[in-house]
Design a protein around this ligand. Structure first.
Ligand SMILES: [Zn+2]
Length: 468
């Protein structure tokens, strides 16, 4: 028994050929500049298409397409069993990277460098490492002659970080049939934690970002003759009201699972409080105590916080104008306009204007109806496979679904009705993320563990039995 188990765990890891392919694909991707300014994702898409074609994918199943010559996306279909009634699994990965300047880095960001047990280069963490892992795993499965019980679609896409040609959005709008799926995996979020407490965190829903500008205006006048009506006081009163009025407690299918899982990691009163907020009705005292933690607080409610402030034009004049920016992270299921109306109620000051500020810096009197879709219940098949494979890779680990407070391309697939899971097989220490920063890197062993993890996960999800 022991030998058999050992063989199942260790044999795949020993596949040196797969590691070599993963290494070469990773290096190739890092050394293709895919920044928005001067880079080109079409070159990366073509390079990955060639890798898959060389491994035996049919020409018709590997496409490179996009809105213009510099923002190409690759879509490849790994054919499953003929006549399968299962809808495909979609994997999305962005190939574009954040800008990086040679002078800021200790290595050339567009050279793949191995040093001190790490691979360095722009995109090693976010997210060419994961792109390379999935490409290499599909090649490995193809070479084995593995036939999944359904199609697996890989979309490597442009403009997740910046740029106007988001590949996932473009594909959904223009070629939905190419990437339509039962559910999607996106290795751009989620995290493997190999320090204590051991955890595999995966994203199953996202909050929505929104900025609002408050403005108070006033005729002003000489500061030696103050009146009660003052633009700065209006803004100050509004922000003080905001501070005292937290948005209501609300859980969804994902955050309920989050607290249920965290209750097994946490101890004492915190663990008990997590169980108590899952009761019907939830325990108000427990909510108050957990709200003291910024992370748990932001998981239980929409948050809106003052982030910028300005007002007045002279030290000896009554202010004619004062403004503040309020930044909100909105729970799935609520729109930007709904939150703007909530803010108006909280401020309760008809002289204040509260306008929505979009990504381009434009103000409007009406927020959009855009919202992150409320998450459906977690899929039991995905959860089980994820738990099984995580436990094999990192014994003793807890699998925890999370609600991202940032945003990824999953928002497009989720809003298109494709449940999406941010699952990364890469272990990064809790305080060592360098995504978007200088000297971005990923641990060499972490990379190959991720390679193994995705290989096992894809097989589990597509019907392979252990050892098969
Ligand atoms: Zn990313």
């Amino acid at each position: 028994m022991w030998v058999a188990q050992r063989a199942w765990c260790a044999a795949p890891a020993a596949d040196a050929a797969a590691r070599q392919i993963a290494h070469d694909v990773f290096k190739e991707l890092i050394e293709i500049n895919t920044t928005d300014s001067v880079g080109n994702t079409t070159i990366a898409a073509n390079a990955m298409a060639k890798r898959l074609l060389d491994a035996g994918f049919a020409q018709a199943d590997v496409l490179v397409l996009g809105p213009n010559a510099r923002k190409g996306n690759m879509v490849a279909r790994y054919r499953g069993k003929r006549g399968s009634t299962h809808k495909p699994i979609l994997i999305i990965g962005h190939t574009d990277v954040v800008e990086a300047r040679r002078e800021d880095w200790s290595t050339d960001p567009f050279q793949f460098v191995e040093r001190d047990g790490y691979y360095f280069g722009r995109g090693t963490e976010d997210m060419k490492g994961s792109d390379a892992i999935v490409v290499a795993d599909l090649i490995r499965m193809k070479k084995e002659g593995y036939v999944p019980d359904r199609d697996i679609i890989l979309a490597l896409t442009a403009d997740e970080e910046t740029g106007a040609s988001n590949g996932v959005d473009w594909l959904l709008k223009n070629h939905r049939e190419l990437i339509d799926a039962q559910y999607a995996l996106n290795p751009d979020s989620g995290q493997v934690r190999t320090e204590t407490p051991l955890a595999v965190e995966f994203e199953a829903t996202e909050k929505l970002y929104a900025d609002y500008q408050l403005e108070a205006t006033n005729p002003g006048g000489h500061s030696s003759l103050p009146r009660p009506d003052n633009a700065i006081y209006h803004i100050a009163d509004a922000l003080a009201a905001l501070q005292r009025a937290p948005f209501p407690f609300e859980l969804n299918a994902v955050t309920r699972e989050f607290f249920g899982s965290m209750a097994r990691i946490e101890t004492g009163e915190t663990a008990a409080d997590m169980r108590a907020i899952l009761e019907v009705p939830p325990d108000q005292r427990a909510i108050e105590r957990l709200s003291q933690s910024p992370r748990y607080n932001s998981t239980m409610r929409t948050t809106c916080v003052a982030t910028m402030l300005s007002g007045g034009h002279a030290v000896n004049a009554l202010p004619q104008r004062a403004t503040a920016n309020v930044n909100c992270r909105i729970l799935p299921g609520h729109s930007q306009e709904e939150i703007r109306l909530d803010l108006l109620k909280i401020f309760n000051d008809p002289t204040l204007s509260v306008r929505y500020l979009n990504d381009q810096g434009e103000l409007s009197d009406h927020g959009s109806d855009k919202q992150a879709m409320a998450p459906p219940p977690l899929r039991e098949d995905v959860m089980k496979s994820l738990r099984d494979v995580s436990t094999k890779m990192w014994p003793g680990t807890t699998v925890i679904p999370i609600m991202e407070t940032g945003a990824s391309d999953s928002i497009y697939t989720m809003n298109a009705g494709i449940p999406s899971y941010g699952i990364s097989g890469l272990a990064i220490k809790r305080d060592d993320s360098r995504a978007h920063g200088r000297d971005e890197r990923i641990g060499v062993e972490s990379f190959y563990d991720g390679l193994e993890f995705y290989y096992l996960l894809l097989k589990e999800l597509t019907g392979a039995k252990p050892g098969g």
